[in-house]
Structure formats: C-alpha cells, structure tokens
Ligand binder design. Structure first.
Ligand code: KIV
Ligand code: ZN
Length: 515
C-alpha cells in the first residue's frame, strides 16, 4: 500500500470518548482499552488531555510507557503549559504525537476566545513551534472548522504547516456539516493551500445530525488521509464517528475508496464490548457492525437466502469483525495458569500477582454458581475486580433482601467504612430500590440517580447480570459498574462503585474550556 493510499486511523475513545457525560475511566481501564486498540493496529491512540487533571496525566504517561506499536498522543490547547504537560506525559513513548488546537470559527474567536483572528494565527504558530521542540509528530486542529471561513482556514493552516505541523485536522466540532459540502471543504483546502502536500489532512466529525461517519467518508473521498474516530461512536454529546463503521465502510467498498487501513478488524467486537462494559454505555442492538442484531437475520426469506448463498443478504462476514459463537472457555476445574493464559489471550494483563489472585478467587466463586464461563464473563469479572479496587470509602460486607408478593420489599445492607461495620434497613418499591435506600441511609451522598440499567452478559438464567448506575452530584457525573449472578447484589456493587467514585474523584478541566 503506498502512503498516499493509507488511511490513518486515529482513535480518540480515551479522550473525546471520555468526554461523554459519565464515561470517565480510570487509569487501569484506559490501559485495558489502549492495549486492545494496539492489538487492533490503530495507528494513533489519543490517550487523553494531559493537563486536565493528575489522573489524566498519569493515564497518558502509563499508556505512553506501555504501548509500543501505536503512536500515543496527548491533546493540548495552544498554550505553553498544556504543551509542556503533554510532552512530559509522553516523554517515554516509543512514538509520540502532540495534538494542539485553537478555535477558528468567527463565533468561537469572538465569544469564547475573545481574540482577533490575527492573534489566533500567532498563537497557533507559536504552539506548533513549541510542540515541535518535543516531537517531530505534531497535529494542529482548527476547532469548529465546520463553521470557519474558508479563507481564514487556508491562512491559519498554511502558517501551521510552515511552523512544523505534520497533520492538519479539520474538526466538525458541533456536528454541523453535510457530507457533500464537507467533502468540498477538504477538496478546496487541499487545492488552495500552497504547502498542503507537506501535511496529512485529517477529519474529526461529531454526530449531532447523525452524519459523522458520512462526513468522514466524504472527506476521505476528497483526499483526507486520517480519520479521528471512537469505538462505538462514543464522544462528546451525540458522539464521534464510529471507528468500526469507518473501517468497515472503506474495506467493504474498496471499489469506491482508494484507501486501506492497517486495522485488524477481528478485534472490533471485543473492543466494542470492552468499551461498553467499562463506560457503562450499552450498544444498541441495531448498531452497525457491533450491535447484537447486526448480523442476525429474522425474516424467513433472508434466512433462506443466506443459507443458500451468504452474499444474498450479507455484505460482510460476522467473523471478520470478531463475532464468534460463545465458546465455553473455562470451568470450575480450570487452574490458575489456564485462567491467566485465557486472560492474556483476551489482552488482559493483571497489574500485580495480588490482583490476579483476587480475580482468580472471584472466578472460582463464579464457577461454583455458573458451570460454563464465557469470555464475556471473564471480561465482566475483571471489570468488577477493577471497580472493587477503586479507592473504597464504603465496601459491601453483606446484604439480604426480602421480596414477597403483596408486601413492600425490605433490604438490609452492611458496609465497611474506616474499619467500622455499619448496617441499615430500608423499604422500597422493589428490591433494588430498597437496597439503594439502605445504602443511602448509611452514606448520605445526596447523589441524583440518572441511569440504572441491567444487561445479561451471556444468555441463560444463570448468566451474570451486569449493572450500570449513573449518578450526578454538583454537576459531576460518574458511572458505577457491578456484575454478579444475583442482579440485586450486582446493583448494590454498581451503586457503591459510583458513590466511591463521586466521594474520592477530583475535578478535571474540559479541553474546550476557555484558554
Ligand atoms: O471536536 C473537536 O473540535 C475536538 C478538538 C479538540 C479536536 O475534539
Ligand atoms: Zn471532538
């Protein structure tokens, strides 16, 4: 594949994806996702916004130190302190990129930046030059390019390339663009900017009108050679272009797109599951590529056609994107080595022997309740162990729930806090409601419950239930996760996980906040 035909896949699940309300991830969770992205052969992993918080800095640093085959990138505003922090986090990376940005639309320059356009160009040039002191791989983004004036874009991009930017990103920050028009913008920029051939042109589309993937593909048809995207289309507001859709569109329609990605698509479904489990954002069943129904044929005519000749109704093969029939991987007699090996095959490496032993003990407990353990169970088990390792102000010791027809359910919960056991009993409209009320009686967190959802991880009534709880306090939103074969216990674990995150977490800065 010549470099002109290579489409660079830049994944921003860990940065823009994390900007989805409630999608906050811990360092360990981000590392798990980064490892599967590396296995998938993503070219660039945007690991975070290093200056946003100490937690973000540490996550970018850990990913930079661990990932060897993908370029690791940190976002930074066009400010010296941001660029210095990004460089510090990336200093041990095999291959690093600094991604710096400033807004270029009239509305952003006037109201958000309160800066004259000439000063915006000056600041962009200064930022790119500064970033080039740390790495030869510098990306410059014109925030809100989708609503920027073309003449101004041409001027600032030409200056940024002269200053040393190697990638120029054109974000449709507010999801305003329409495919044909967005493609024409890319075409015009590539043709009018005299030094355009010195940089790769990239796009970063948001999905406010449901057009992020279509806009990205139109840009590719017009010469863009990097697409910024996220697993499951996660991202700020309605999300970003979904990686799996972009990758499979250019691959399935090779006849139209004269480009190839280096992605190993067989990791797409496991990556989608992992991101969904970690963030607590379920994947809708009819979501392209990764939804549970994406390859299911309901109507008799379709089934008949597919059985006679698969291509009558299928344009892709399920196994090419990582769908496989549930395979029983382990059972109650499996030993620690088999357990560790299977985790490694799934791209999961426990950080310490203690963490491995703890997860293995949980696996044995699960295997006693459930005979067949699937890969999905293992993923949930690891997520559950990592949730339980969040700095815990409150830990579940035991609980009981009484639920009878015609009687209001009652829950008794015992928690450990500061070495002391505390118990409370509460009634509720259902067993989960009673449990949350009993917990609240002890913790008095005052959070607002925004979302409660239960998914069964595999099929069957003995399956583990995976519960996501989203809570909000003072504008801060977090997701808690819990898994158990008993969904009331899974709910209590998820609620406590969310409360522990709210009680111990620190604030972080949003990248698009005023500079
Ligand atoms: O949407 C956007 O404009 C961004 C930039 C920071 C690239 O996320
Ligand atoms: Zn964005």
């Amino acid at each position: 594949m010549s470099s002109a035909n290579k489409l660079i896949i830049f994944d921003t699940t860990l940065r823009d994806g994390e900007q989805s309300p409630g999608a906050t991830m811990t360092k360990a969770e981000k590392l798990r996702i980064a490892k599967i992205l590396e296995k998938m052969r993503v070219d660039v992993i945007e690991a975070g916004f290093a200056i946003a918080s100490q937690g973000d800095f540490e996550a970018v640093k850990a990913i930079a130190e661990t990932i060897k085959d993908s370029t690791v990138c940190s976002l930074s505003r066009a400010l010296d302190k941001d660029i210095e922090r990004a460089a510090e986090a990336l200093q041990n990376a095999n291959s690093s990129r600094i991604h710096t940005f400033i807004a270029t639309s009239p509305i952003h320059m006037k109201y958000k930046l309160q800066m004259e356009p000439e000063l915006v160009i000056e600041q962009a040039v200064r930022a790119v030059k500064k970033a080039r002191n740390y790495t030869n791989d510098v990306e410059f983004s014109c925030e809100d390019a989708g609503r920027s004036e073309i003449d101004f874009l041409c001027r600032i991009i030409e200056a940024a390339i002269n200053a040393g930017a190697t990638t120029i990103n054109i974000p449709d920050t507010v999801g305003y663009a329409i495919p044909q028009q967005f493609g024409e913008t890319i075409h015009t920029l590539l043709n009018r900017i005299p030094n355009a051939d010195k940089a790769i042109f990239s796009v970063h589309c948001h999905n406010d009108l449901g057009l992020a993937v279509a806009n990205s593909l139109s840009a590719v048809m017009n010469g863009a050679r990097q697409v910024e995207c996220t697993i499951n289309g996660l991202g700020e507001r309605a999300g970003n272009a979904s990686l799996e859709e972009v990758v499979m569109a250019v691959r399935t329609r090779k006849d139209l797109f004269n480009v190839e990605t280096g992605i190993d698509a067989t990791h797409i479904v496991p990556a989608s599951r992992l991101v969904s489990t970690i963030t607590g954002f379920p994947v809708q069943p009819n979501k392209a590529i990764v939804g549970a129904n994406a390859f299911a044929h309901e109507s008799g005519i379709h089934q008949d056609g597919v059985l006679k000749h698969r291509e009558t109704y299928e344009i892709m093969r399920a196994q090419d994107v990582g769908w496989h029939a549930n395979s029983i991987v382990l059972g109650k007699h499996s030993g620690r080595n088999a357990f560790r090996t299977r985790l490694e095959e799934l791209g999961i490496q426990m950080e310490t022997e203690t963490a491995l032993n703890d997860t293995f003990a949980r696996f044995k407990e699960l295997a006693d309740k459930k005979h067949e353990i699937f890969d999905e169970d293992l993923q949930a088990l690891v997520s559950d162990s990592l949730s339980a390792n969040t700095e815990e102000r409150y830990k579940l010791v035991c609980m009981s729930v009484c639920s009878e027809t015609g009687v209001r359910p009652v829950a008794k919960v015992t928690l450990l806090s500061d070495g002391q056991e505390l118990s409370a009993t509460a009634e509720g409209s259902g067993p989960v409601d009673a449990t949350f009320k009993a917990i609240e009686e002890l913790v008095k967190s005052g959070v607002n419950l925004q979302l409660y959802s239960v998914n069964n991880i595999t099929s069957g009534t003995d399956a583990q239930g995976e519960v996501t709880v989203r809570v909000e306090r003072g504008g801060r939103i977090v997701n808690g996760l819990g898994a158990d074969t008993d969904i009331v216990i899974a709910s209590a674990k998820a609620y406590l996980h969310a409360l522990n995150l709210i009680l111990t977490g620190s604030e972080k800065q949003h990248p698009q906040s005023n500079v």
